[in-house]
Design a protein around this ligand. Structure first.
Ligand SMILES: Nc1ncnc2c1ncn2[C@@H]1O[C@H](COP(=O)(O)OP(=O)(O)OP(=O)(O)O)[C@@H](O)[C@H]1O
Ligand SMILES: [Mg+2]
Length: 221
């Protein structure tokens, strides 16, 4: 894991079929902090998350990751230190255990390491008794928690969450909140959450960013 990962985005532009979605987004994300990204439907939150997570390229502008002021190349090592968690996307037709262990298998961890980390992550999100269940049969709240366990297992330097509490009840919200607060304080992960959820902004995030007319229009610390 790369610790203390900073991210600077500078003058990011992105258009889809001539519609300019992002029109000059600039911001520096400091390590170990949690940011909420707010804004109207269609304002470009998910687009910005994909660009920051290096899944999609901006038309113009820079996405610069650094640690100890050393700029990191956009290579597989950097990509493996971050996770973008989308609601209900990327659930494999396999057990909950295999879904959570997948990122560790890809990273060629040993069998015993995979086993202990996966079980610990499942325990942390309260899914230990669901280990052998097919992940496609989980409830919405359980699926959200499994996604976080999967992210947690790889101890990311940067965690991107897209609407993590959509369709989540109060009990699952509290569980997710506790897990995110733990990730923030113990793993020193920088977290960026696209959300409309006022509770997330107030209870989990240090800074609230508002995306409006293609730019970060407001920042509340
Ligand atoms: N691959 C794509 N092709 C064409 N248009 C796209 C594509 N991805 C996003 N868009 C458009 O870009 C705009 C911003 O979409 P985005 O999903 O980033 O918004 P959002 O702020 O996440 O919205 P929401 O709050 O509804 O999730 C929308 O008008 C969307 O239709
Ligand atoms: Mg979105």
């Amino acid at each position: 894991m790369i610790c203390e990962l900073s991210l600077s985005v500078t003058d990011i532009h992105k258009s889809y079929t001539d519609i300019a979605v992002l029109r000059g987004v600039s911001y520096r994300f400091e390590p170990s902090r949690c940011y909420a990204l707010c804004g109207a439907n269609g304002s470009g939150k998910s687009t910005l998350l994909r660009i920051c997570a290096l899944i999609e390229k901006a038309d113009a502008g820079d996405v610069i990751y650094s640690t100890d002021d050393k700029i990191l190349p956009h290579d597989i090592n950097l990509k493996r230190t971050m996770t973008l968690l989308l609601p209900n996307v990327g659930v494999f037709n396999n057990t909950v255990y295999k879904n959570v262990a997948y990122g560790l298998m890809v990273r060629k961890k040993s069998r015993s390491e995979i086993d202990s980390i996966t079980n610990e992550a499942l325990d942390m999100v309260g899914l230990k008794e669901k280990t052998r269940q097919n992940a496609l049969t989980l409830s919405t709240g359980e699926t959200a928690r499994m996604g976080i366990a999967r992210a947690l297992a790889i101890t990311p330097g940067f965690l991107f969450l897209d609407e993590p509490t959509n369709g989540i009840d109060a009990k699952n919200y509290e569980l997710i909140k506790d897990i995110l607060l733990k990730i923030k304080s113990y793993l020193k992960t920088t977290i960026l959450i696209a959300t409309h959820d006022i509770k997330i902004k107030e209870q989990i995030c240090d800074t609230v960013l508002v995306l409006h007319e293609g730019r970060i229009a407001d920042e509340k610390v």
